[in-house]
Design a protein around this ligand. Sequence first.
Ligand code: PMP
Length: 365
Amino acid sequence: MTGRAPAASAADIVATVVRPEIRALSAYAVAKAEGMVKLDAMENPYALPAAVRERLDATLARVPVNRYPDGAADAAKDAIRRAFSISDDIGLLLANGSDELIQIITSALARPGAAMVVPEPSFVMYRMNALYAGMRFVGVPLTPDFNLDRSAMLAAIERERPALVYVAYPNNPTGNLFAASDVEALLEASPGLVVVDEAYHAFAQKSFLPRIREHANLLVLRTVSKIGMAGIRLGYAVAAPEWIAELNKVRQPYNVNALTQAGAQALLADTSWIDEQAAAIRSDRTRLEQELERLPGTTVFPTQTNFVLVRVRDANAVFDGLRERRILVKNLHGWHPLLANCLRITVGTANENDSLLAAMSVLNR
Ligand code: PMP
């Protein structure tokens, strides 16, 4: 007998010190997809063209990985500015995916009591980051046809005076592009920052980037993930330099690694391959939409992205049946009342889309 109290277990200490709202979460589930037709994560299904891959190979081999990367990522920023026509007098910040930018922006603005207003359903990481940062999350339902409920959004902005509004343009997981005039109205009414998240810009070809000088409270968020480079994890934020200067203080010193910085320069040295692949995806999307519409019991919602939201008779059964046939999509049933029996299907290669359509026609009878 030592007389000492029994040592606390890790579980006891966790229960005492980890915030209850964190303990209540489950970690973001990334489905295992080995050997599957992968239509769940809005990736571009095409490999790099040979010439681009060779350029990437040669560049990566020379990266001095014993050294920290350039903390300011200046050369990668130049490549982004040239590739996506962002002039030098507008602020630009790079990060480890736009996921990290959402974290940076949210934590910079999360003063005690501050609110975040977001239409729902939308990208789940807005809500998650509000929770991480202790920001008050105010979700405003979309209309049943997934448009912005303009008056409800304006009322929430008036009531909450949010420091931060997120609008995905086009929206994930619904796929539609909100009316530009509605987004404008939010910009006009908001006392704080409005982030227009253009992750799917390449497939909608509409952007608020040209309006940054008009709106002091506009930040446009972009990513290279949906245009063939999800693996390098690179997102960028564009806003007035005053915003970017503050967000830059919240960023980790070396948040974009050396391989990504060098890779981005090699990959973006020409953008014709990106445009060609995005055009192919847009045209395959149209065919996929048309073929899905022919299936009985299937409602296809309008999309301006590289995925299609569909409502089927029994989403759980169709999802399981697809998985048995080695096809992975995203089951959104249970996420939000507006998404009952909905599946989100990423546009794949023509062959992948054919496999999906063949399986769906059997499963959703
Ligand atoms: N914003 C939206 C609207 C998204 O759908 C996604 C990816 N699912 C992201 C941001 C995050 O993209 P990434 O971190 O790959 O840049």
